[in-house]
Design a protein around this ligand. Structure first.
Ligand code: GLN
Length: 273
């Protein structure tokens, strides 16, 4: 199948996630060709998925409606951004910051498929959570994911613009995470076809300088966060200084940044006085 084109890493991913053949299983049959492994889906089905990926550049995650993320497997669809590996780290930073709070309130602004919200609900079972998105379709997906992964979670969903739907709880958030759209509009056309032709533009396009959503989130944090509450924001590779400066200008304290897996400043963190 790989002779038809495409990247080997993607094919290995597909074999693992869609057919249940992990890389180590694959190695074991390469070393012992007399062993045999069974696929969890028909080879023909696998072929159709792969061909569609090659031809239309459709992301494999959308073709199989699945995406593993941290220790969970999310359902994904073209209604929401595919959760990225780099965003996984935000959960670790967040859990470290709030390890001293037993029962707090968190929010995930722009939840998409619900990756951050589901992980927080799983890791902070005694907290109240809020997952927001402007897209009702994305919210539907996030709700479905939460229900199947953390069925008894205490999470409210609402649609609207960033902090807006949370007005009732302003001033009570101990932790707010967001991976907002942050790519400058002018760069969208330069993205890979798998991204620009399939993922929702609304989840990627951060306006002229890429910071339209981040600005609204940081400004809103001065009202929305509780005293001592944390905001953790993912941003574009070249926005670290601008975002952390904006946090300082807004009166936030303990402003810092963290790097992604490639060593790029990718997350900004701050705390309300
Ligand atoms: N990290 C994503 C990408 O590079 C962008 C996600 C976003 O805009 N929040 O495709």
């Amino acid at each position: 199948m790989i002779s038809k084109g495409g990247r080997k890493v993607d094919f290995d991913w597909l074999l693992d996630i869609a057919a249940g053949v992990s890389w180590s299983k694959l190695q074991s049959i390469i070393l012992n060709p007399e062993n045999f492994i069974s696929l969890e889906i028909e080879t023909e089905e696998l072929e159709v998925i792969w061909e569609s990926h090659i031809k239309d550049k459709t992301p494999l995650q959308y073709l199989i409606s699945k995406c593993p993320w941290r220790d969970i497997e999310l359902e994904v669809s073209e209604e929401a951004l595919i959760p990225r590996q780099e965003t996984e780290l935000m959960i670790d930073f967040a859990l470290k910051k709030v390890s001293n709070i037993d029962r707090g309130r968190w929010a995930d602004l722009g939840t998409g498929s619900g990756a951050i919200a589901v992980s927080l609900a799983k890791s902070l079972p005694d907290w109240n959570g809020h997952a927001l998105d402007i897209s009702n379709e994305a919210l539907g997906l996030a709700k479905k994911n939460l229900k199947s992964i953390v069925p008894n979670a205490n999470v409210k969903f609402a649609s609207g613009d960033w902090w807006e739907p949370l007005k009732r709880w302003w001033g009570s958030f101990d932790l707010v995470l967001s991976n907002p759209p942050y790519i400058p509009s002018g760069l969208i056309e330069e993205l890979e076809p798998v991204v620009k032709n399939h993922e929702p533009r609304i989840a990627l396009d951060g306006g002229e300088d890429g910071m339209k959503a981040s600005r609204a989130i940081i400004l809103g944090a001065s009202n929305g966060l509780a005293k001592g509450g944390w905001l953790i924001l993912e941003h574009h590779y070249d926005q670290s200084e601008k975002i952390t400066n904006l946090m300082k200008k807004t009166g936030m304290e303990e402003v810092s940044f963290e790097k992604d897996l490639s060593g790029i400043n990718r997350y900004a963190i701050c705390r309300k006085k």
